[in-house]
Unconditional design. Structure first.
Length: 549
């Protein structure tokens, strides 16, 4: 098994980079530990809570006990399936705010500012929304459509935001992220449009890309140059050889794990485990970030929520409608409305995200309310807390140790309290108050700072956005893992093309930035000049220095 390039991971970044390399005429082998993504649980958008908690599709990672959450261990799902986490995620498409990427550039990731990355978002998109939206791409591999907003509660949520004095934005992925409006989704004709459908299958059909199933054990080197990947294939150890380069796109959890297993990481930790130290890079596994969120839940005055479909008969009807016509509730991820707002005056761009859902239920599909209800997922976008991925053992088959450090920074709880209080205010505005019967969570008895803090520690959940564990940076930055072209510092012939690269977490869901990273790294690998920079400046609230809204 040999190709010009070996890509580890058939997820968002890996599928995108493989497609572009094969499109350019190179031969590519994609190594993926997981199995097929074909099946209704993945294909049906409305079934999103199932695949992320099925061992058939998920690595099954669990965090170490988190002190900030009272010692709770959280599930950390990552896709072990064709399409990676794009096959098990919530399908919400958020590019992130322009300032996120300008921060990347300021932190040493030269060439990754907003003006640099915006053209790659445009290149990858096949926008199925209204014409005339600036910055949107058409004809790209990834179908993106705005939420249909057909349920009355979606419009009520946006109207409540406007009543509270927040702007309404026509496009949260355009020049104005700030405000209330429809959320975009990677859904096409009622089907989840994963990275596998958008990128990998077309690459495989082109004949220059091959998919090899197997567990990656580590990168093989000749001296300091990566020359292949060792894999476990059905109990046999084999080497997939790379004539030009190896690209790691195995997730923010498995990419640093593979680097460390290959001798690239904190030298003292590797030596303690008996692993050779090829490149002492203390930043490998560090800088781990995520979005944490809570659910503000309310019971409904009228039985108009999606709970009407929660019975066996209701789920059967939804499934039948979807199977026969790709229509009905099963054709939507139901995260069709949301918002990005600033928590206080003096914050220059949004630091809180809302996802609205017309049913009161946990993201994993468990714990549905006993009555008709609805909720908003809300959380801070830029926690200053940092965690780490470390090796629990030198055995590639063992999961790594994952410590996010949730709520460990002194600012975390005050930021979360602001999220809850601002969210409560929105649900109290007339457009939403007309639908609210009672607050279910946190509940009317949770009001003081201390009461909110206790509730947050007990109920905050991950939004499933891990990133940052092999960050981009200047080559002379001791904590950077990859240079601005994605090359792993200290070795040759090895790059990274997934969310592990992110210097700081972006606003919103991470699938879109992960695919963008694969698109951009492919151009760096091919030695192509960057796409022409975006000239349009993003919108900023004119009164941001003095006003919260």
């Amino acid at each position: 098994m040999e190709a010009d390039f070996v890509v580890v991971g058939a997820g968002s970044g890996g599928s995108a980079v493989a497609f572009r390399l094969a499109e350019a005429g190179a031969s590519v082998i994609v190594v993926e530990a997981g199995g097929s993504d074909l099946g209704p649980f993945i294909a049906m958008p409305g079934a999103l809570s199932y695949p992320m908690h099925m061992r058939r599709y998920d690595w099954g990672f669990v965090t170490e006990p988190e002190p900030g959450l009272g010692g709770r261990r959280l599930h950390c799902p990552r896709g072990r399936v064709i399409g990676g986490s794009s096959s098990i995620n919530g399908m919400v498409y958020v590019r992130g705010h322009a300032r996120d990427y300008d921060h990347w550039a300021e932190a040493g990731a030269a060439g990754w500012g907003w003006a640099d990355v915006a053209p790659y978002f445009r290149r990858m998109e096949d926008w199925r929304g209204p014409a005339g939206h600036p910055l949107r791409g058409r004809g790209g591999p990834l179908t993106v459509r705005p939420g249909a907003m057909t349920h009355p509660l979606f419009e009520a949520f946006v109207a409540a935001g406007a009543e509270a004095g927040y702007p309404v934005t026509a496009d949260t992925n355009g020049l104005q992220q700030e405000g209330f409006g429809a959320l975009d989704a990677t859904i096409r004709d009622g089907l989840r449009w994963s990275a596998a459908r958008a990128y990998l299958r077309p690459a495989l059909a082109g004949g220059r890309c091959r998919l090899v199933r197997g567990l990656a054990l580590g990168v093989r080197f000749a001296g300091r140059r990566a020359v292949g990947v060792e894999i476990d294939r059905g109990g046999r150890r084999e080497v997939v050889a790379a004539r030009r380069e190896v690209v790691l796109a195995a997730s923010a959890i498995n990419t640093p794990k593979l680097l460390m297993l290959s001798g690239i990481g904190p030298g003292a930790e590797l030596a303690r485990l008996g692993l050779p130290v090829l490149a002492n890079r203390p930043g490998v596994g560090a800088n781990l970030q995520d979005h944490l969120e809570v659910y503000l839940q309310y019971s409904a005055r009228r039985p108009i929520t999606l709970r009407r479909y929660w019975s066996l008969a209701g789920k059967a009807w939804v499934g039948l409608m979807w199977l026969l016509a790709r229509r009905g509730p099963g054709a939507s991820n139901q995260f069709e409305a949301g918002a990005f707002i600033r928590s206080a005056a003096g914050i220059d761009y949004p630091d809180i995200q809302f996802h609205f859902l017309p049913i009161a239920v946990r993201y994993d599909g468990q714990g549905v309310a006993d009555e008709h209800g609805f909720q908003a997922h809300v959380g801070p976008m830029r926690s200053k807390a940092r965690g780490r991925v470390t090796l629990a053992s030198p055995r590639p088959q063992d999961p790594p140790a994952i410590r996010f450090g949730y709520l460990s920074h002194p600012d975390d709880l005050p930021e979360f309290r602001a999220c809850v209080r601002l969210g409560r205010e929105i649900f109290g505005r007339p457009a939403m108050a007309a639908h609210v019967r009672a607050e279910l969570a946190p509940g009317p008895g949770v009001q003081s700072d201390a009461e909110l803090d206790d509730w947050l520690r007990a109920h905050a959940e991950t939004a499933y956005h891990p990133c940052g564990t092999a960050r981009l940076g200047a080559a002379d930055d001791p904590m950077a893992v990859a240079d601005p072209e994605g090359r792993v510092i200290g070795v040759e012939g090895l790059r990274i093309a997934d969310s592990a690269l992110f210097p700081r977490i972006t606003n919103g869901n991470l699938n879109a930035p992960s695919i963008m990273a694969g698109e951009k790294i492919a151009d760096h690998i091919l030695g192509r000049p960057p796409l022409p920079r975006e000239a349009a400046a993003p919108w900023q609230h004119p009164g941001w220095q003095d006003r919260q809204r």
